[in-house]
Design a protein around this ligand. Structure first.
Ligand SMILES: Cc1cc2nc3c(=O)[nH]c(=O)nc-3n(C[C@H](O)[C@H](O)[C@H](O)COP(=O)(O)O)c2cc1C
Length: 364
C-alpha cells in the first residue's frame, strides 16, 4: 500500500478520500440511489440494527475466513460486485480492480457494462465471474455469454432487477453522461452510443439502459440460458423468498438477495431483512449471498450470522479504486479482511461455518 493510503482505516475513510477528488456528477453516480433514496438509507439502518451474540471459551486459532462461493474458492466470504464503467473512477478502471481482487484471492465480477475488454481483464488472473444484463438482442446476449466463457469467467451472474433503470434523481438532475473515453467495451456499439449523448433534462445512462436492455425478462429466459451454458448461474437482484426458491428450482447455483444498493425500486426492503426467509426458502444446493449497504467486516459477519454464505462488496470498492487505483481497491479489501478477522475472533468463530451458526437478532 502506498504511504498516502496508510491512514485509511475504514471504508468511510476511503469514501471521504475518494469523494474529495471525484467530479460531483461521478460522485453522485456512485453514491446515489433512486427517487427519495429511502431504500438506500434502509440498507444501512437495517444492518446497524443487526446484533450478533458472541460465543465465549471457544478456544480457536485462526480464524479462517475463507469460503467457497458458487464453486469458487475465495480467501474471504465475498466477491467484488459487478459495477459498470469503472474507468470513470480511475484510468485503469476494471483492470486495477481485477488485479486487486486477484491479489487478495477473491472473485471479481465483471459487469456487462465493463469499460475494459474481457480479453484485457483475463490478463489480471484470479477468479473472474461475468454479470449479464440481458440485451434486447437475444442472439447478441448468448454470444456475449460465450465470449465471457472463452475469456475464462467461471460463474455467470444474471441480474434480474433492472427491467428499466430506477429513477436516480441525482443523475437526472446532473444530466449525467459518459465521457467519450469511457465505453461499454464488450457490447456492440449500437448498444452503447446513447450513454454518451446528453439527454435534455435526464440521465443518458437511464435512456441508454431503457433502450438497450430487455424490458420483459421471464423465468423462461433463465431456463433458456441454463441450457446454453455449463457455467454455474447465480441470480442477482432477488428479494422475495418465492423468487429465490424458483431460481433454485431451475438450477441456479446461487442467488444474491439484493436491492441493487437502493438504486432500483425505492421502497423495496433492505436486503438484509429478506435474507433469513430466503435462506429458509432454498435447498442446500443453492447458495444465498447478499449485498447492499455492506461497509465493514462486522457487516459481513452480520450477514453470515443471518445465514448468508457470502456477500458482494459494491460502492466501497469504487471508493478504493478512486482513492488509489489498484492499491486503493486492495486497501479496502485489506480493511474488510482485518475487520472480519477481528469480529470473528471477538465472537468466538473459527471459520465461516461457525459464523453462520451464531445467533443474530434484527432489533427495531
Ligand atoms: C456505480 C454502480 C454501478 C453498478 N453497476 C452494476 C452493474 O453493471 N450490474 C449489476 O448487476 N449491478 C450493478 N450495481 C449494483 C452492485 O452490483 C451492487 O448490487 C450494489 O452496489 C450493492 O450495494 P452497495 O454499493 O451499497 O454495497 C452497480 C452499483 C453501483 C454503485
Amino acid at each position: 500500500m502506498t504511504i498516502a493510503l496508510l491512514r485509511l482505516e475504514t471504508v468511510e475513510d476511503f469514501r471521504l478520500r475518494a469523494e474529495a477528488t471525484l467530479p460531483a456528477p461521478v460522485r453522485d453516480f456512485v453514491a446515489g440511489g433512486s427517487e427519495a433514496e429511502t431504500t438506500l438509507a434502509a440498507n444501512r439502518a437495517a444492518l446497524d440494527r443487526v446484533t450478533i451474540v458472541p460465543r465465549v471459551l471457544t478456544g480457536g486459532s485462526g480464524p479462517d475466513p475463507s469460503a467457497t462461493l458458487a464453486g469458487t474458492r475465495s480467501s474471504l466470504p465475498l466477491a467484488v460486485a459487478p459495477m459498470a464503467y469503472q474507468r470513470l473512477l480511475h484510468p485503469e478502471g476494471e483492470l486495477a480492480m481485477a488485479r486487486a481482487a486477484a491479489a487478495a484471492g477473491v472473485p471479481f465480477v465483471i459487469s456487462t457494462l465493463s469499460s475494459v475488454t474481457l480479453d484485457d481483464l483475463s490478463t489480471a488472473g484470479g477468479e473472474q465471474w461475468f454479470q449479464l444484463y440481458w440485451l434486447n438482442d437475444d442472439q447478441g446476449t448468448v454470444e456475449l455469454v460465450r465470449r465471457a466463457e472463452d475469456a475464462g469467467c467461471r460463474v455467470l451472474m444474471v441480474t434480474v432487477d433492472v427491467p428499466i433503470m430506477g429513477r436516480r434523481l441525482r443523475d437526472i438532475r446532473n444530466e449525467f453522461t459518459l465521457p467519450s473515453e469511457v465505453r461499454a467495451a464488450n457490447v456492440q456499439s449500437g448498444a452503447r452510443s446513447s450513454a454518451h449523448a446528453r439527454s435534455d433534462g435526464g440521465s443518458a445512462l437511464i435512456a441508454h439502459t431503457n433502450a438497450e436492455f430487455h424490458p420483459a425478462l421471464t423465468w423462461a429466459h433463465l431456463e433458456m440460458l441454463r441450457s446454453r451454458t455449463s457455467l454455474p448461474i447465480v441470480v442477482k437482484g432477488i428479494l422475495d423468498p418465492a423468487d429465490a426458491r424458483r431460481a433454485a428450482e431451475i438450477g441456479a447455483a446461487g442467488v444474491v438477495i439484493s436491492n441493487h444498493g437502493g438504486r432500483q425500486l425505492d421502497g423495496a426492503p433492505a436486503s438484509v431483512t429478506m435474507l433469513p426467509a430466503a435462506v429458509d426458502a432454498v435447498p442446500g444446493t443453492c447458495q444465498v449471498l447478499v449485498d447492499s449497504g455492506i461497509r465493514s467486516g462486522t457487516d459481513i459477519l452480520r450477514a453470515l450470522a443471518l445465514g448468508a454464505e457470502g456477500v458482494l462488496i459494491g460502492r466501497p470498492m469504487l471508493w478504493g479504486l478512486a482513492a488509489g487505483g489498484q492499491a486503493g481497491a486492495a486497501g479496502v479489501l485489506s480493511v474488510l479482511d482485518a475487520e472480519l478477522r477481528a469480529a470473528m475472533r471477538l465472537s468466538g468463530c473459527t471459520d465461516v461455518a461457525t459464523a453462520r451458526g451464531l445467533t443474530a437478532t434484527m432489533g427495531c
